[in-house]
Design a protein around this ligand. Structure first.
Ligand SMILES: [Zn+2]
Length: 318
């Protein structure tokens, strides 16, 4: 490949790689343990241990949901490929039955890289059409390119897709371009719980992956949709971090709106991105956002990544 080609490849890979992947080399997969949390009589959440995943120091990888029972297992997200055996062992401790369905909340590898492992066990993979398109585009190396990782059933922005299994109604609620271009919230109606993916996070500042189709406007809409869909006691389960309820969304949304307003003012004054970052517009929130000033990949700290995204979205008139 000539020099221009090499340069193109470097920038292309940089542009399509989520920040969490930059830390991938340092993830200590062999040290990850899977913790299981029962949130309802037949609904469980699996998460990775602390301190072994530099991109997610609060808990390795993305959270997995498991609805178990006589009708088989319904899974949400699949974690890293490298720990498939540990995830499977954790599921088997809950229920020995067939894994029938697996839905992805969004495209990122910490939520989807293990897809093929469960597809090979017979699970039907489901996701937004945009997620599948994004996966097909990604220049992932083998074995991550395994075609078995691709969703088999896809859906768009219409009514929720509903599953009736194990006495539960599971709703796959499509979310317009928010954390990524193909987000889905998964609601367990009887358990009164919603897995909301990564458009809300309580470790670090919001991450809106515009390279994978996410948008600031969509993220704000997703937060509104969450508050509308959830009841007062509904447990909201983010892809990372602690559980919340709908009132916790309010200060989070207000923080995004305040930062957006401040960045808009600075843009109106003709400030460059460097000047906006130097203005430390997140300062009033930094003490309240755990991990907010930790490095978050190539863009600097989590706060820098967030402010850079807000700046770019406003500059583009989004
Ligand atoms: Zn994510």
């Amino acid at each position: 490949m000539n020099r221009a080609g090499q340069l193109f490849l470097v920038f292309f890979v940089a542009a399509v790689t989520p920040a969490s992947a930059w830390a991938q080399a340092a993830i200590q997969y062999d040290k990850i343990e899977i913790k299981t949390d029962k949130v309802a009589p037949n609904l469980y959440m699996l998460s990775g241990s602390e301190g072994v995943d530099p991109g997610h120091p609060d808990g390795a990888g993305g959270r997995i949901g498991v609805l178990a029972g006589p009708d088989g297992i319904f899974m949400v997200d699949s974690q890293y490929l490298q720990i498939g055996d540990k995830v499977l062992a954790a599921i088997r401790r809950i229920d020995p039955g067939p894994i029938r369905f697996l839905v992805n909340t969004h495209i990122h590898g910490d939520h989807t890289a293990g897809n093929a492992t469960f597809a090979k066990l017979g699970a039907v993979l489901l996701a937004r059409e945009e997620l599948r398109e994004g996966m097909e585009r990604q220049p992932a190396p083998a074995p991550a390119r395994d075609p078995g990782r691709l969703p088999v059933v896809t859906y768009g922005m219409g009514d929720p897709v509903r599953f009736r299994m194990n006495g539960e109604t599971v709703e796959l609620i499509p979310v317009r371009a928010a954390h990524t271009g193909g987000d889905t919230m998964i609601r367990f109606v009887n358990a009164d719980a919603i897995m909301i993916g990564d458009f809300y996070r309580n470790f670090g500042y919001p991450f809106i992956d515009t390279n994978n189709g996410g948008s600031l406007k969509g993220a704000l809409e997703a937060l509104e949709l969450t508050m509308k869909t959830a009841g007062p006691n509904t447990r909201l389960i983010p892809g990372h971090g602690t559980y919340i309820n709908r009132t916790d969304i309010i200060p989070y949304r207000d923080m995004i709106l305040a930062v957006q307003t401040r960045v808009q003012q600075l843009i109106a004054q003709g400030k460059t991105l460097q000047e906006v970052l130097a203005a430390k517009v997140t300062a009033p929130y930094d003490a309240k956002v755990p991990g907010g000033l930790l490095p978050a990949g190539a863009a600097g700290t989590s706060a820098d990544r967030f402010v850079s995204m807000v700046y770019a979205q406003l500059k583009e008139g989004r």
